[in-house]
Design a protein around this ligand. Sequence first.
Ligand SMILES: *Cc1c(COP(=O)(O)O)cnc(C)c1O
Length: 355
Amino acid sequence: MTHMYQQAPGAEELQTRGVDLRSDTVTRPSAAMRAAMLNAEVGDDVYGEDPTVRRLESRIAELAGMEAGLFLPSGTQSNLVALLSHCGRGDEYLVGQQAHTYKYEGGGAAVFGGIQPQPIEFEPDGTLAIDRLRAAIKPDDAHFAKTRLLCLENTVHGKVLPLSYLEEAAAFAREHRLAMHLDGARVFNAAVRLGVPLREITKHFDSVSICLSKGLGAPVGSVLAGSAEFIRRAHRWRKVAGGGMRQAGILAAAGLYALEHNIDRLAADHARAQRLAEGLARLPGVEIVEPPQTNMVFVRVPGMDHHELARRLRERGVIISPAPVLRLVTHLDVDDEGVERVIGAFGEAARGRET
Ligand SMILES: *Cc1c(COP(=O)(O)O)cnc(C)c1O
């Protein structure tokens, strides 16, 4: 009998595909993860009958120290459903100017919910300054939207929000009766970097959205966690958004596998990002924007066209997204050899050598 999962990419295929640093979303499920998916016990989750989805939702809720969880197809939908569940039409949320929930989700909260974002410039450490947040809260007056929610992101562009800041932000939110949502697409990277259990981060929030399809290596899915009452509202909005899935245990099984096997190993991605930054910093003409905290290295190669750089790297088996500041992301499918290959390729490409 042949098993689909035996066709998972092996080392050879990864080799021919090159080292792909565009994002930690590019990982493909391992053979063992595919086996878990193949063997998942399933049911119709819209009827609430999929045991694997149920297990994933309660496992995340438990890790986050929250009452309930909800499995959704993407992080974007998970954040959208969270915003719709916290805010109504004419309400507003405070959010980072470069935050995913403001800038990179198609304006979904405004499109579907009549919810207005109030973007605030990030501080260099990825926090939103409390005095700026305070100044942005609207008075109770018919001229203004009602400020309801503070939305943070962690990690934010690879940076970890300090626990002391989260405490401060939560006190501020309580003082102003704002709910707190965490876009925790990569919150496990933050927890691993800080060496704390997830709930030490999430305890400051009313809700958290966590991606399974980034560094955790699952092919699809995010989980939203919060109070039982919040998740009941979110469950309704998920259906409205078209996110009710049927035998979704096939996907949830990958998420459960990821929680079991792929959290602690994020430390290896962080170490490789560190090694990558050190190696690149030694190359003439290559600048590291700041030391990496988790799995992202931001790099500048001044005076070189980034499309040309990307093309030269590609010829050397290294895949990046061209941008004035390059974001290089380490993940499950980048090993030590891959990191050395990237450093070597940058050395050649940035020196302007012709192939
Ligand atoms: C990827 C990401 C999301 C959205 O996840 P998708 O599954 O791609 O929709 C949300 N927030 C942050 C910070 C992300 O990196």
